[in-house]
Design a protein around this ligand. Sequence first.
Ligand SMILES: [Fe+2]
Ligand SMILES: [Fe+2]
Length: 185
Amino acid sequence: MENEITELRKEHVNFRKLLDLLEQQLDLFHYGETPDYPLMTDILHYMTRYPDHFHHPKEDVIFGRLAQCDSRVVQRVEGLARQHHVIAESGARIHDNLESVLNGAVMPRRMIEAPGLLYVSYYRTHMDQEESELFVLADKLLGDDDWKKINGEMRSHPDPIFGHDIEERYRAVYRHIVQTTACAG
Ligand SMILES: [Fe+2]
Ligand SMILES: [Fe+2]
């Protein structure tokens, strides 16, 4: 049943695309240009809804099971759960600031740029740690019975950007990702 981990890894690839897009927009500040605020708001809207509500809770369940199997990973698991909280809180704050700008508030650049860039790098490091440590251990240590229990506790929801149907509000984000991928190819 290692395919849950395969799914989480695939989701990381998707999240990295969104973080790259967000970073590209934030970099525009540095060049004295204005970033695309609606696009950044939609990215944070997705990040604070899909990963924070479904991807991270799934990982918490899987990692929790892992900690029951191997007490040596307890600290690591607690650390990653704390990081999930930090990601959710900082993402929500950035999203609120971006939304205020869209609603006409005058927001100093420092309220968006530095928190946004920190969010991007913290998130990437978080995913790197999961991929190189606990995902590998989960593949190795968890058996069919563990996965049965894990699946009984997990909540699933279709991904509104990378799933079968793209939610209306994310169409612009999706178009940007397709364009960026096409350019990279
Ligand atoms: Fe995570
Ligand atoms: Fe993750």
